[in-house]
Design a protein around this ligand. Structure first.
Ligand SMILES: CC(=O)N[C@H]1[C@@H](OP(=O)(O)OP(=O)(O)OC[C@H]2O[C@@H](n3ccc(=O)[nH]c3=O)[C@H](O)[C@@H]2O)O[C@H](CO)[C@@H](O)[C@@H]1O[C@H](C)C(=O)N[C@@H](C)C(=O)N[C@H](CCC(=O)O)C(=O)O
Ligand SMILES: Nc1ncnc2c1ncn2[C@@H]1O[C@H](COP(=O)(O)OP(=O)(O)OP(=O)(O)O)[C@@H](O)[C@H]1O
Ligand SMILES: N[C@H](CCC[C@H](N)C(=O)O)C(=O)O
Ligand SMILES: [Mg+2]
Length: 494
């Protein structure tokens, strides 16, 4: 809690009081729907609506002050005009909550695929080392065992800083967060003092937002530029980079901090060798600056070897002993909705996965192929209001790597589901596919085709428990739908 005058006492931005008033600020937000008594409401001009239009709602809910970019005349509340309210929000949130990231060990993970997976691997490792964690990412925000729903993978600054303060109060040791390219480009993570930045990989996604791969890469590079330029022996900083990624050199180039590389060759500081991949577990040796440990884990596929290397690198520079790291892998059962096998006693497997990019789908289908004794089926759709150019590419991957594809809907959002499928269809070379716009029916059709030894990949929605069609959100859970149908699926040979 601070007075507004205190909050702006050393304000480094140009500003103008449109109505000067001494008020006490209890919290802040840029979403009028979340305003509570004593809040500062920050008006942001968004892509769809303008936050300035919600001042009345914010005041009705208890806002005592607003930050605006426009001419706003009000006598009842304090009004300050600035040039860039989003930038100012990061600064004010940092001050209101007393610079909470200065006392937290902040780990930021960026890259196209693997971010969520790595956050959960790190949670397991730090737990094994008796340290307290917080996670921020696609599935949820989590402080210790307490979970909070989340709208974006990387939320806006006032939400972030409010929760960093809660983490500080809860004596969290490590805050492990996914940092999306949208957040980096929109400046949602300004002012966060990261200690470790991780790059998983960079392949095509989000070209609707970034237009070019170069812009997408520049956005992700900002995390590494933000890692600071000072060398502080009390609090060393590290850039952890997947050396096998085609873009690794430019990420190494932009950071001033020590770089730790990981990969599958001896050229990396931390690498895996003697990799044995099975249908239900994996085993490999990880060499960490000359010292070797054996990892045995239920995580499946080579892409998860990469994810585990990233997590091991972070844990290693965070002073977790290698023996503790190795033992923690025995506790990891997998990550919700990431290559998650549906529990059943069938002779075929159904796997729920969050692959929603060409590269992730390729990884997952290659993994399925490597152990399938029978056919591989893929149920796949693409999200509406998202990168249209990835649609035919994802269909092409499914056509090439599975024996049969069911083209269906993901979250069509505001788009026509059949048009999305038409866009996907352009990538299909073979005729081994069916179109079934209803995702539930597509899942059921795929399962009813399955015979002993077959593998069905249901891709794109992973942990999601909803489907957005024509702007409306309906309950929808790939896992439950698949499991319910499997229990009824008593066909021959099953
Ligand atoms: C394209 C994009 O990045 N959109 C983000 C943007 O929304 P926007 O500009 O459309 O916001 P808006 O609805 O116009 O609202 C403008 C302002 O008015 C406020 N408002 C709005 C309505 C109201 O009733 N009251 C109110 O105060 C809003 O809180 C906001 O401050 O700002 C919002 C607030 O920060 C974000 O929630 C929103 O993310 C939307 C939901 C989204 O879907 N974003 C995706 C693309 C995204 O960011 N994804 C990445 C992960 C991607 C990945 O790695 O795969 C993520 O970090 O989530
Ligand atoms: N290291 C990896 N390389 C390639 N594909 C991966 C990797 N790790 C996971 N995947 C695939 O990508 C999917 C998404 O994984 P995960 O949720 O961990 O990624 P993410 O980066 O958090 O994605 P998002 O951008 O949606 O937040 C998984 O279901 C799997 O199919
Ligand atoms: N973070 C990603 C998730 C995509 C998940 C997929 N199910 C979809 O809805 O497209 C995005 O917002 O683009
Ligand atoms: Mg994620």
């Amino acid at each position: 809690m601070k007075s507004l005058h205190q909050l702006i006492s050393q304000f480094p931005y140009a500003y103008e009081w449109l109505n000067e008033k001494e008020v006490t600020i209890t919290g802040m937000t840029s979403d009028s729907r979340n305003v509570a008594d004593g809040h500062l409401f920050i008006c942001i001009k968004g892509y769809t609506v303008d936050g300035h239009d919600y001042i009345d709602q914010a005041v009705n809910q208890g806002a005592v002050a607003v930050i605006v970019e426009k001419e706003v005349v009000r006598q009842d509340i304090a009004v300050i005009r600035v040039n860039d309210s989003l930038r100012v929000m990061s600064y004010l949130a940092n001050r209101l909550y007393n610079f909470p990231t200065n006392d937290l060990h902040m780990i930021g993970i960026t890259g196209t695929n693997g971010k969520t997976s790595i956050t959960y691997l790190l949670e397991a490792i730090f737990k094994q080392h008796q340290e307290k964690t917080a996670l921020i990412g696609t599935i949820q925000l989590k402080i210790g065992e307490e979970t909070f729903p989340i709208k974006n993978t990387t939320p806006e600054p006032s939400f972030l800083f409010q929760h960093f303060a809660l983490m500080q109060e809860a004596e969290v040791d490590h805050c492990i967060m996914e940092v999306s390219s949208h957040a980096l480009k929109e400046g949602r993570v300004r002012g966060i003092d990261y200690d470790i930045a991780v790059l998983t990989n960079l392949t095509q996604d989000h070209l609707d937002f970034h237009q070019t791969m170069a812009d997408y890469r520049h956005a992700k590079e900002r995390l590494f530029q933000q890692l600071g330029n000072r060398y502080d022996s009390e609090r060393p900083k590290y850039a952890i980079i997947n050396l096998d990624d085609a873009h690794s050199a430019s990420f190494i180039d932009v950071t001033a901090q020590p770089v730790i590389t990981y990969g599958l060759s001896e050229a990396s500081d931390i690498y895996a060798k003697d990799i044995e991949l099975y249908a239900d577990h994996s085993k490999y040796t990880v060499v960490v600056r000359g010292e070797a440990i054996t990892i045995e884990t239920k995580l499946i596929g080579e892409f998860n070897v990469y994810n585990s290397l990233a997590a091991i690198a972070v844990a290693y520079v965070s002073n977790v002993p290698l023996a503790v790291i190795a033992s923690s892998f025995a506790t990891i059962k997998g990550v919700k909705g990431r290559f998650e096998a549906v529990d059943s006693n069938k002779a075929y497997s159904v796997i729920i996965d969050y692959a929603h990019t060409p590269d992730s789908l390729e990884n997952v289908l290659e993994t399925a192929r490597s152990f399938a004794k029978g056919k591989v089926y893929c149920v796949i759709g693409c999200g509406g209001d998202r990168d249209k150019t990835k649609r035919p590419l994802m269909a092409e991957v499914s056509d090439r790597l599975s024996d049969y594809t069911l083209l269906t809907s993901d979250n069509p959002r505001s788009e026509d589901p059949l048009q999305i499928i038409e866009d996907m269809k352009k990538g299909m070379q073979s005729s081994a596919f069916t179109i079934e716009v209803d995702r539930r029916l597509a899942i059921e059709k795929a399962i009813s085709k399955a015979r002993a030894g077959d593998v069905i990949i249901i891709a794109g929605k992973g942990h999601e428990t909803y489907q957005i069609i024509n702007g409306t959100t309906y309950p929808f859970d790939d896992y439950q739908i698949a499991q319910t149908f499997m229990m009824k699926d008593l066909g021959e040979d099953k």
